[in-house]
Design a protein around this ligand. Structure first.
Ligand code: AGP
Length: 608
């Protein structure tokens, strides 16, 4: 997902914007650029590749000025080249624009412009905005932007400057996140608060189809018709270092260590003095929730795996059928939805396009939609009937860890809450499960002190071309997640399977020494699982077994034994996921890869 920063104030605009872009690097990008307004001229510099390339080019220029806009681009239309990097200008160099998102009708707009003699300078959809706004400009940049936004289709965040408006940055949003930073004699806009958190903690979320006029003296927000819209400001309570690495080599390692707190914070404030669950974020009435006859969970990637785990809990505790669907497939199979349906959309970023479009489809079919997301004010949370926030704090590494564990925790809370309302579990049972849940943070913390054998194992298997992950029941989604982590971080061909499935084909992948990771913590199905371990071991596999403390049944079948603290089998994913996160990060480190920003990936995929 691209990063966007806009600034107008008294500081050197270039420095403020470049610093903001650096804080947004985690979002994944492949080019970057800035525009600075200086004495009636928009000075632009942009480069393909990482921010360092841009900074190298900037070092050779002087770009004074206290108004600037900047962008890190994750290419969607046009390859990541210098000419496609943002900002884009109109032919006269009067308007500069940076853009997140996709303008779906840009071909039509390009045709119109070219028929009028405009010569496009890039392969991007964004450039059309610069030309259209320049043509619509009649001394009022905000009015011109409102007029153009009414013509645009698709998803966008736009930030613009005009050479004749030295005290104005204009921004607009549709479907993608944009936040205002409110300073003293200076104001900001950014893709999220990390863009300006070093300067101000007072923020305001920009809502759908709103246009923001950012001036030194203040900010005005209007709708597309120009009517002023009031809005709430909020205080950003993230510590600055919460978005910094805090002494770890990689954000991901820091975020793995933050998982005990992520679980604590996600549980925090949601348990009643009587030891039950209270989710006041769920705006549906008890009657509506009792009327639910089916549940769908829609998500992508690791969030999908969280949903698979949540399925076991909700089905077990609520006796409701739960279908977990990849969001990108969900709406195309025309699912049977209605007022009797609860759709749970799980998304760390709250901006994943596949999940957002699935949410919109579910809403159009009158299903109840509950967002489980880590991002306050995100589009998915605002387009759902209710939002249950995971409180994992900012997750910077592309590979999701603490957000996933918080998502699983949130799903357990939803299951227990629903079971209480629907009467499928009595209060004592709910209390017992919650007591088990409340022990998890300390168990994770203790488990994290035992990671040296995992790091040693990572160094041993760092050059393995293929790794298999096996699990049964709730261990199966963890096998999928362990495989995804190794894929996305170390680029290893890793696959997760239900252990019972291995003999129906995948066992052919097992060669002499193939690492096979097995989630074999205490469970009713463990005897069957250990049979599967023997099957792969008999064919040469190197078995890496996750087993519960004190459980000796797996010892004879394990080439490497990794111990997991004991907990209820349904909650075990909150623990078994941890060594697999560490394993993948350490394999990536051993391979000399960028653990925080793996190739080809973005922190949030805002294109379908
Ligand atoms: C997780 O490690 C991946 N980076 C990716 O699969 C991610 O979970 C997926 O893109 C969904 O993102 P979301 O939770 O922000 O919707």
């Amino acid at each position: 997902m691209c990063g966007i920063v806009g600034y107008v104030g008294e500081q050197a605009g270039l420095e403020v914007v470049v610093e903001g872009l650096r804080r947004l690097e985690y979002r994944g990008y492949d080019s970057a650029g800035v525009a600075v307004l200086d004495g009636g001229r928009l000075q632009v510099e942009r480069r393909a590749g990482k921010l360092a390339n841009l900074e190298k080019a900037l070092a050779e220029r002087s770009l004074p000025g206290t108004l600037a806009i900047g962008h890190t681009r994750w290419a969607t239309h046009g390859p990541p080249t210098d000419r496609n990097a943002h900002p884009h200008l109109d032919a006269a160099g009067a308007v500069a624009v940076v853009h997140n998102g996709t303008i779906e009708n840009f071909e039509v707009l390009v045709d119109r412009l070219e028929r009028d003699g405009v010569v496009m300078q890039s392969d991007t959809d964004t450039e059309v905005v610069a030309h259209l706004v320049a043509r619509a400009y009649d001394g009022d940049l905000a009015a011109a932007v409102r007029a153009v936004c009414r013509e645009l289709e698709g998803s966008f965040v736009l930030v613009l400057a005009h050479r004749d408006e030295p005290d104005l940055v204009v921004a607009a949003r549709r479907n993608l996140p944009l936040v205002i930073g409110l300073g003293d004699g200076e104001n900001f806009v950014g893709s999220d608060v990390t863009a300006f958190i070093a300067h101000t903690r007072e923020a305001r979320v920009v809502e759908q189809d709103q246009v923001v006029e950012v001036r030194r003296g203040g900010v005005t927000v209007t709708d597309l018709d120009g009517a002023v819209v009031e809005g709430e400001t909020y205080h950003v309570d993230w510590d600055t270092d919460a978005a910094e690495k805090g002494g770890y080599e990689f954000f991901m390692l820091k975020e793995i260590e933050e998982q005990p707190q992520a679980v604590r914070d996600t549980l925090g404030g949601r348990l009643t003095p009587e030891g039950l669950v209270h989710l006041d974020e769920l705006s549906m009435s008890d009657e509506d929730l009792r009327g639910i006859e089916q549940v769908f969970v829609i998500a992508c990637g690791s969030s999908y795996h969280s949903g698979l785990i949540g399925k076991y809990a909700v089905e077990r505790w609520c006796r409701l059928p739960v279908q977990v669907e990849m969001a990108s497939e969900f709406r195309y199979r025309d699912p049977v939805l209605g007022r009797n349906t609860l759709v749970i959309a799980i998304s760390q970023s709250g901006e994943t396009a596949d999940t957002l479009e699935a949410v919109r489809h579910a809403r159009s079919q009158r299903a109840w939609v509950l967002a489980v997301t880590n991002t306050l004010g995100s589009t998915i949370s605002r387009e759902s009937d209710a939002a249950l926030y995971t409180r994992a704090g900012p997750e910077v590494a592309v590979a999701s860890t603490k957000a996933v564990i918080a998502q699983i925790t949130a799903m357990y809370l939803v299951g227990l809450y629903l079971s209480g309302i629907r009467g499928t579990r009595d209060a004592d049972e709910v209390r017992a499960h919650l007591r088990d849940l409340q022990e998890i943070p300390d168990l994770i913390a203790e488990l994290l002190t035992r990671m040296e054998p995992v790091r040693a194992l990572a160094r041993e298997i760092a050059d393995e071309p293929r790794v298999l992950f096996l699990g049964r029941h709730v261990g199966y989604p963890i096998a999928l997640e362990g495989a995804l982590k190794l894929k996305e971080l170390a680029y290893v061909s890793a696959e997760g399977y239900p252990a019972g499935e291995i003999k129906h084909g995948p066992i052919a992948l097992v060669d002499q020494g193939t690492p096979v990771v097995v989630i074999a913590t205490r469970h009713a199905l463990q005897a069957k699982l250990l049979n599967n371990v023997q099957e792969v071991r008999a064919r040469g596999a190197r078995t890496i077994v996750l087993a519960t403390d004190g459980d000796e049944s797996a010892v004879a079948h394990a080439d490497v034994l990794l111990r997991i603290p004991d907990t209820k089998s349904l909650l075990a994913p909150l623990l078994t996921i941890v060594p697999l996160q560490v394993l993948s990060a350490e394999v990536a480190r051993a391979r000399g890869l960028d653990v925080d920003q793996p190739r080809n990936l973005a922190k949030s995929v805002t294109v379908e």
